[in-house]
Design a protein around this ligand. Sequence first.
Ligand code: SF4
Ligand code: SF4
Length: 399
Amino acid sequence: MKSKKCFGKELSQLQRIELDACTQCGECLKHCPVQEVTGKPEISPPEKIRMFKKLMRETDSIKSSLFGKDVDPKLIQDFTNAVYECTVCGACGQNCPVGLFNQRLWPVLRKEMVMRGLGPVGPQANMPKVVKETGNPYNEPPEKRYSPWFPGDVQVAESADIAYYAGCTGAYQAQPMVKGDVRVLNAIGKPFTMLPPEEEVCCGFPLFITGQHDMLKDLTDRLVTAYKAKGVKTLLCSCPCCVNIMARDWPIYYGKKLPFKIRHITQYVDDELKKGRIKIKKKLTERIIYHDPCYLSRGVGIIAEPRSILGSIPGIELLEFDRHGVNSRCCGAGGAARKVHHENAIAMGRLTINEAVEKRADKLVLSCPACYEKVNEAMKGHDRKIKIVDIMELIAELV
Ligand code: SF4
Ligand code: SF4
């Protein structure tokens, strides 16, 4: 492949320093779930960094910018495979002695590939077209976004200080979870608003994480403008990936501070429980284990709130995975890699199920629609079984 463009143009100064700072020590390999299920050294963080630096070196000269440079097609292919097989879970960066922020670095490297027509891979490439046509990455009808899961007895206000964003994965693929969210909001009793189903478009995260950035400003502007028009002061959602892009990237695409706060539903519900606005009335004599979603714990540091909510259930014994909090192991659903490397995602989901079963948990509690969908799928045909429940689905049954 002849390239006149230097690889690395999208990297910030800090990210260039990060690439140089990697000592190739391999510490991160011990924490990588893709390594755990595939054993493929070529997709490891140090290998990805080594390959990308080689691409940068091969294209970073005046001669190559004038006349182009033949870049080894195998190197490009190997790097593309590696950067898209990763679940972008960020466990490698969390455990990197140098402190590389890989949850942000890998998406930028994916963007580099997309800008040269070398990414994304497989069905990920259809996402921009599908999001443009339907407002969601699953090609589902926009008018059915809230049906059939939205409970008939829950009232949604025309406008309110609080808005709830269901998100595409919750609305179409993890409906018991979003149903639990609105039931708990209803039990709290403060009015909340939502956008009409056709207006609640994708937050942009699936496009961001696959490196396809063209529509991100438009999606952000549409959503921010619509919530602002409703006078919203706090936007709640339960998907950790939505929370990430809203809190970290929406202000960049919007061009200024957002006119409302972004909160994960567990933050809001934990506060309301502490204020006594809702009470958990029923007892649950069970051992439950909570899985930290990568983009909730490592992403935005929400670790204590889900545990505080679960800890307020009378009678429960709360167990922990060996890797929990910021060290949580990816359930397999991350980075849109599940769309291409389905078998890896299932294998990772089964590691989570197996550990929960080995710790003799009665229930595995999740707090992310992608985890919910993938871990449920991983249990199909698996010889180990456990009851899987979303945190708000569980709380809705107890308040
Ligand atoms: S982000 Fe996760 S899957 Fe990707 S290399 Fe790091 S630890 Fe492995
Ligand atoms: S732990 Fe950090 S420095 Fe070591 S190989 Fe991994 S990314 Fe590089």
